[in-house]
Design a protein around this ligand. Sequence first.
Ligand SMILES: [Mg+2]
Length: 114
Amino acid sequence: MQVTINELESYLDNLYSGKVGEQSLFMKLVEEMGETAEILNKKSGRKADDGTDLQTELGNELADIIHYTVAIAAVNGLDLNEIIMEKDKKASIKYKREENLEAFISEFSGGQHG
Ligand SMILES: [Mg+2]
């Protein structure tokens, strides 16, 4: 099953808004970034590998980062989907990129469904 940013944000809004503050969510985000750093250190050999499945663990920690990032947007009433689209549009102009996310999505969904 696929999840959109809007769906995830709405779900996390229900889960956290009025119950958990952004400071707590941010502390969790930083914690998850530390856990991700630990996995990347194990992958690169800077830290001893204890036999855990690093690929699975990396995916889990990145999912945690997305969870708390989107949660902070949700409790602040930010439209993260809209912001991501706008930022990419501005970046593609600023850096004179041929590609932009809006065109990519149009082609991607065209290829998927048409
Ligand atoms: Mg974690």
